[in-house]
Write a protein that binds this ligand. Structure first.
Ligand code: GDP
Ligand code: MG
Length: 653
């Protein structure tokens, strides 16, 4: 296990994540050719939708060998609409490589995924990519890491530029080693490059001296400090997230990728060194002799079903029974286990703690399921997913295709926990995280089922809450078996601090007798009264009284419903709708119309600033007003503007 490094590469879209992953697979010998995202041969991006859109949607896990270590790479999607993918990846990672575009610097999604990684205490290293491009600025990127990501960046590999400012080589700030891409630089440049490398080395020594006094003493005495010692001093601080090593390169030209792999081995943790929380907080975690326990972090329906499992303790073996923690009664046996090498798989004999394996076959597994030894069912913390915010309806052109359409959608939803599917007459209501998410879903369903269907315009999923607190009491009378019976209920509603689904509780009265009324109130809270499901409030049933035994079943339910309706009216129901944070980048001369247009959409603009690439406008807005905004922005900016939206929860208009 000490030899395992499990990491993901996270970045803003187009930073070069897929390209970098391809180079890693090549350099580490897993793949004999270079895949290219530009001509659609990248092995990690293997869903047709990804190839044609040139973006990575599905995370695949793959394994390579490097410097005597096993690296498990989980390719995460670059677009935040695919929140579930990012979340479930981070859940099983031990460390993260953050990729930054050397020209564009730190971008909105870099910030977003960085925060997710910090929240999970995942150690990070940064690779500044695309340094071959005009306008690339390594030092500027490092400065932005400090200001926008609020970390302490420490360049451990620095780029060299020749006399013509071309990206010509790299220097290792710890060892002083250098590599040149096209022969040595001119003698005239040598003193400048040496001085740059020395300055970078001194910064590393300073940082190490902060952590280790003996290094401070040696540095003051002018003694050379071995790279191993510098690393040993700095590594605990990197694992704690206090210092972030920064590397440089150009993935497209395979520059700096070898040193990045060395850095993964040097700086990122093995499972033994991760903080003992989350998956690794489970008793016996990391021990191969413990009872098997592993987490299913991805289920993928392709031609067959692939279940991606990270083993936490014990050993998973083909032919040896295991159970799903949800239905421990039914023992499963997997005839085969695979490891992935890009788009190929290899059968393996066993998988121990820390390893990621594919269990091929349909076992009814879902993302977040633990798989366990039959005698020792354990719980593992599952990844958490946000609720969907946007809905579309799919209606088949031929009604007879509804079943096929449903089947294809249900399979996709089984793979993607942020996708929900409900039947609505002849249509299917599909809910997801954003416009792109739903478009990609529609494409995938078309490809999978071959069914022709019409997709409606997307609509936001609204919710409701109460403006204040109120109570009401209602009585219902009816004739039952020739006698008049009555039931009375008193219901109170009050807002809560959180934005969770409404909670329904019985306050006094016999718990058994009020059960039907409580059930009725729960159903009504989920259905909502005007806008959508009730959230952020507490519903209390104070009294439910019938004048005879058994009366509460039908009459008490009606009385509870009437009392709730009246209480809600008194408390005043208000709509909640999903909000997004936005970041718009556009040419400076388009800023005025862009800001005016955003204001007309009810946006709260928090930042208007000049940036590296022109203007930057950021803030938050109701999602419903931002639908179709990408197209509008392009037309306002001659195609030069771009926007990034990110769901930030529900709020009142
Ligand atoms: P992803 O969205 O993060 O997966 O990014 P891709 O790997 O798809 O790359 C986006 C674009 O950037 C592609 O056109 C790549 O060829 C290009 N690219 C990636 N790395 C480099 C680099 O080091 N230098 C240059 N000039 N282009 C690069
Ligand atoms: Mg990609």
């Amino acid at each position: 296990m000490e030899r395992l490094r499990t990491f993901g590469i996270v970045a803003h879209i187009d930073a070069g994540k897929t390209t970098l992953t391809e180079r890693i697979l090549h350099d580490a010998g897993a793949q004999p050719y270079f895949g290219s995202v530009d001509d659609g041969t990248a092995a990690m991006d293997w869903l047709p939708a990804e190839r044609s859109r040139g973006i990575s949607i599905t995370a695949a896990a793959t394994r390579v060998q490097w410097a005597g270590r096993t690296l498990q790479i989980v390719d995460t999607p670059g677009h935040v609409d695919f929140v579930a993918e990012v979340e479930r990846c981070l859940h099983v990672l031990d460390g993260v490589v953050v990729l930054v575009d050397g020209v564009r610097g730190v971008e909105s999604q870099t910030v977003a995924v960085w925060r997710q990684a910090v929240a999970r205490a995942l150690p990070r290293i940064v690779f500044v990519n695309k340094l071959d491009r005009d306008g690339a600025d390594f030092d500027g990127g490092v400065a932005e890491l400090r200001t926008r990501l609020e970390c302490v960046p420490l360049p451990v590999v620095v780029p060299f530029r020749d006399g013509a400012r071309r990206f010509a080589g790299l220097g290792d700030a710890l060892s002083g080693a250098v590599q040149w891409f096209d022969g040595r630089p001119d003698a005239a440049d040598a003193p400048r490059l040496q001085a740059e490398l020395r300055a970078a080395h001194d910064r590393v020594v300073d940082a190490a001296a902060d952590a280790d006094e003996s290094i401070l003493a040696d540095a003051l005495a002018g003694r050379r400090i071995a790279p191993e010692r510098l690393r040993a001093a700095l590594r605990p601080r990197v694992l704690a997230g206090d210092v972030v090593p920064v590397l440089a390169g150009a993935a497209l030209w395979n520059r700096g990728v070898d040193w990045l792999l060395d850095a993964v081995v040097h700086w990122l943790p093995s499972p033994m060194e991760t903080s003992r929380a989350g998956l690794w907080g489970v008793p016996g975690a990391g021990r191969p002799d413990a009872d098997l326990c592993g987490l299913v972090f991805k289920v993928q329906h392709a031609d067959e079903v692939w279940n991606f499992v990270r083993v936490v303790r014990g050993v998973l073996r083909p032919g040896v029974p295991w159970v799903r923690a949800r239905q421990p009664g039914e023992a499963m046996v997997a005839p085969e286990l695979w490891t992935m090498r890009a788009d190929r798989h290899e059968a393996i004999a066993e998988a121990g703690p820390g390893e990621i394996v594919v269990v091929p076959g349909e076992y009814g597994l879902r993302t977040g399921d633990p798989v366990c030894a039959p005698t020792a069912v354990a719980a593992l913390p599952p990844p958490k997913f946000p609720a969907p915010v946007l809905a579309v309806s799919f209606e088949p052109e031929d009604g007879r295709d509804l079943a096929r359409l449903t089947q294809a959608l249900r399979e996709l939803a089984a793979d993607d926990p942020t996708l929900r599917v409900d039947r609505d007459g002849d249509r299917l209501r599909v809910r997801g995280m954003g416009e792109l998410h739903l478009e990609v879903t529609a494409d995938a369903v078309r490809a999978r089922s071959g069914v022709l269907f019409h997709a409606s315009k997307p609509q936001v999923d609204r919710r409701e809450t109460v403006a204040g607190a109120a109570a009401a009491s209602q009585e219902v009378r009816a004739l039952t078996s020739g006698r008049e019976r009555s039931a009375r209920c008193q219901v109170a509603v009050a807002p809560t601090e959180d934005d969770a689904p409404a909670v329904v509780v019985a306050c006094d009265g016999a718990a058994d007798a009020v059960a039907p009324a409580i059930d009725e109130l729960r159903a009504l809270a989920v259905a909502g009264s005007q806008y959508g499901p009730l959230h952020g409030c507490r519903i209390e049933l104070h009294a439910a009284v019938g004048d005879a035994a058994g009366v509460l079943e039908p009459l008490g339910q009606q009385a509870a419903a009437k009392a709730l309706a009246q209480a809600l009216e008194r408390a005043q129901v208000v709509a909640l709708e999903p909000y997004v944070s936005f970041e718009v980048l556009c040419p400076e001369d388009a800023m005025t119309p862009v800001v005016a247009d955003l204001a007309s959409r009810g946006a709260q603009v928090a930042v208007v600033a000049g940036g590296r690439l022109g203007g930057r406008v950021a803030g938050r807005a109701p999602l419903s007003r931002m639908l179709g905004y990408v197209t509008k922005l392009r037309s306002m900016t001659r195609g030069l503007g771009e926007v990034h939206l990110r769901p930030v929860g529900y709020a009142r208009r």
